[in-house]
Structure formats: C-alpha cells, structure tokens
Design a protein around this ligand. Structure first.
Ligand SMILES: Cc1ncc(COP(=O)(O)O)c(C=O)c1O
Length: 390
C-alpha cells in the first residue's frame, strides 16, 4: 500500500509518478551540506550516475546542480562555446528552438536544421551543414517532448566524428535518460544533459549532466572566462570532484533532500540491468502506440523509427482539440498533457510513459490510462457529433 494521498495519475511527459521509496527519502532530517554523511550520499550519487550514463572513462565528469533541465543548456552555452562561435542545433520540436534561444543569449551563432513536424533532419542534411560551416558544437534533442520524436543519437554521433571530429556532440536527454538507450562512451558523446523529474523518477529541481574529457578540455582551453556565474564550470568542477572524492566543498548550497531522492532513484535504476529497463519502456511504448492506432488515431511522429519510447504524441482528428479530450481523461483520474509545438498545439495530446508507471509491476497506470483514453475519446467524438476514424 502506498503512503501517497489518493491522486489523479500523472502521465504527462514529466514530472512523473514517483516510487514511495524516492518520496520517503526526501523526508530526511536537515543535514549540513558539508557533513560526512551528506558528502557520502552526494559522492555516491555522482559515481552511480556514471553507471546510468554508461561511462567508465575516468575523464568523464558528472555534475548535479540545483536547477531544472534548462540549466544544462546554460552550462553548455556558457562553458563549452564562446561568443561569435557557431553551433548547429538539430531541431525536432519546441526544445530545439529553446536550446537555440539559450545559445543565442550568450552570443553564440546558433543555426537550426529543421525537419517537418514529426520528422527529424536526415544524416545527409546534417553532413552538409557540418561540412559547409565548421561548428564548435552540435546539439541533438534525444526525445523532443513537444513532438515525441526520437533522434538517432548513435548514428548522428558516428557521422559527426567522421566528418567534423572536433565538434562537440551535445545531447539534450531531458526526456530520455533513464528510458532510452544512451551509451556515453560507446557512442563517444561529449555532453548528455538531463533533469531529475522525468525517466530518472525524482521530483523536479536537479540539473544532471555528464561531460566527456574532450568537453572538459574545451572548457579549460577557453579564451574568455565562462559567461555565467552560477552556471560556471570553473565554480562547479572542483565541487563535483571533491564530493566524488568524499571531501566537503562549497560553492552554492545543494538541495540536500533532493540529492537523497536522486541517490535512491539512481540506486534503484542501477541495481538492475539497464537493458531490462530500456526493454520494458520499449514494450510499454509499443503497447500504447498499438492501442492508439486501434482507436484510429495517429502520432505526430509517423515513422516508427522516429517514435520515442518515453511518450506518445497523439494527433486528434479534425474537429477535436485537446480541450475536448483532456477533461474527460481527468474525470477518469488520468492526467495527460496538451500539445506544446507552437504551430499545432491544440491539435494533439501527449501521454508520458516513463519510470514507476512503467517499471513497477504493482501499478496499473498504463492500463488505466488506455481505458480512460478510449472512453474519453469516444465521449468527445459523440459530444461533437463526429465519427471515429476506425
Ligand atoms: C527535451 C527537453 N529539454 C529541456 C527541457 C527543459 O527542462 P526543464 O523544464 O526541467 O527546465 C525539457 C522539459 O520538459 C525537455 O523536455
């Protein structure tokens, strides 16, 4: 029996439903952030993250900083690239626009390579863009949460290494770390940025990152100082290194209770084979996508290889908007998100299937959501005098 108060099931693409053990570990008495006990918790958490990101290279550097996923963009923009330099942003939805806007805030020249909604830039287009102009960094949104489009990070990384070996490969893994395969060393990535509140299964509030030795060297050889104070690696690097070496250190106060929650969540994830975790997310995603198709509905990402396993972006038929369907879901105890892509927001809904809702055999969140979706959809069609497509 869960101790959590009864509540509607949160199946938006983050924040997500949480395990009791994660929530309970947040109810920790206050600790000094430099006490030996807390230093041990933080240090172990950083080391466990190496396993989650699949890196054994000692040059890889984890960072956990109070903030949301967005802070990861500021870290990249203010430490790994300098004013006037070029970045290539691979755009598969809303979050590409935002990463580009963040880079531009720091004076970086961010060029976006855009694909039609639901699709992703092709390898040929990426190659052309990299050969045309030397780029200091290329950014990839692994799963764009606005469209549910999955990028082929492995293939893009191979291409970048071949045609532009000095370009840093930056992966926005906010909606993928913990549910999609990411092999930091094997794919030769330079940065993977994520946040606590999605597939890792923690409350919001932590920006979680892994950087390669190559990325850290790029930072160390900057001509100009980092262009941010709070997001400066110069300020945070010694702190992360000290915590992992179990030495107390201070730049800015870490959120001690949240670090406990992250420690619990990452301990749980890494106590099993990661491959099993990716497989169960993939199977659940297949089940959801099959149920959506059975209702005669389509996804924003049409091609199966473009479809994320973390979430499903469901297109509504003409005549229906998210405002017609979401209240019916809520009435049945299920919360989905509306659309986020600026051009088509009202025309689709988003179903997040990550973390405890997928991995905990004691929960029936996905089954409940699929029943609620069918009922709410049929109810909305009837209310509008429309026919379903099936
Ligand atoms: C792919 C992606 N990148 C970045 C972000 C920004 O993260 P946050 O809202 O935690 O700042 C999000 C948020 O949903 C996201 O889905």
């Amino acid at each position: 029996m869960s101790f959590q108060a009864p509540h509607n099931t949160l199946l938006i693409p983050g924040p997500i439903e949480l395990d009791d053990v994660v929530l309970q570990s947040m109810a920790h008495y206050p600790e000094s952030h430099v006490s030996p006990a807390f230093v041990k918790t933080f240090g172990e958490t950083l080391t466990l993250l190496r396993r989650l990101f699949q890196t054994t290279n000692p040059a890889s550097q984890p960072f956990v900083i109070s903030g949301s996923g967005t802070l990861g963009w500021d870290m990249v923009a203010s430490n790994l690239i300098e004013k006037g330099e070029d970045a290539l942003v691979l755009h598969t939805g809303y979050f590409g626009d935002s990463f580009a806007a963040c880079l531009e805030t720091y004076g970086v020249r961010a060029t976006q390579l855009k694909a039609p909604i639901g699709d992703r830039p092709s390898l040929e287009e990426i190659q052309r863009a990299l050969v045309e102009t030397p780029r200091k960094v290329v950014t990839i949104t692994h799963v764009d949460t606005s469209t549910g489009v999955l990028s082929d990070v492995k293939a893009i990384a191979e291409l970048v290494r071949r045609v532009s070996p000095d370009t840093l490969i930056i992966v926005d893994g906010v909606c993928s770390v913990g549910c999609e395969e990411i092999a930091f060393d094997a794919w030769d990535l330079d940065a993977v940025l994520t946040a606590s509140q999605k597939a890792i299964g923690c409350p919001p509030g932590l920006s979680i990152m892994m950087y390669s030795g190559r990325a850290m060297d790029r930072f160390k050889s900057r001509r100009t100082p980092p262009s941010s104070y709070y997001a400066s690696m110069a300020n945070w690097l010694p702190i992360m290194q000290n915590y992992e070496a179990l030495k107390p250190s201070y730049f800015a106060t870490p959120p001690t209770q949240l670090i406990h929650a992250l420690h619990t969540a990452v301990t749980k994830i890494t106590s099993k084979q990661l491959a099993e975790r990716f497989a169960i997310h993939s199977q659940t995603s297949d089940r959801v996508k099959a149920a959506v198709a059975k209702l005669g509905l389509t996804q924003l990402a049409v091609k199966p290889e473009n479809q994320s396993h973390a979430m499903t972006a469901i297109r509504l038929p003409p005549g229906l908007t998210s405002a017609d369907v979401l209240p019916g879901l809520l009435k049945r105890g299920v919360i989905f998100a509306g659309g986020l892509h600026r051009e088509i927001a009202p025309t689709y809904i988003r179903f997040g299937h990550m973390g405890a809702s997928v991995t905990d055999p004691g929960r029936d969140d996905i089954e409940k959501a699929l029943v609620a979706l069918e009922d709410a959809y049929i109810e909305a069609l009837r209310a509008k005098g429309l026919q379903g497509q099936s």
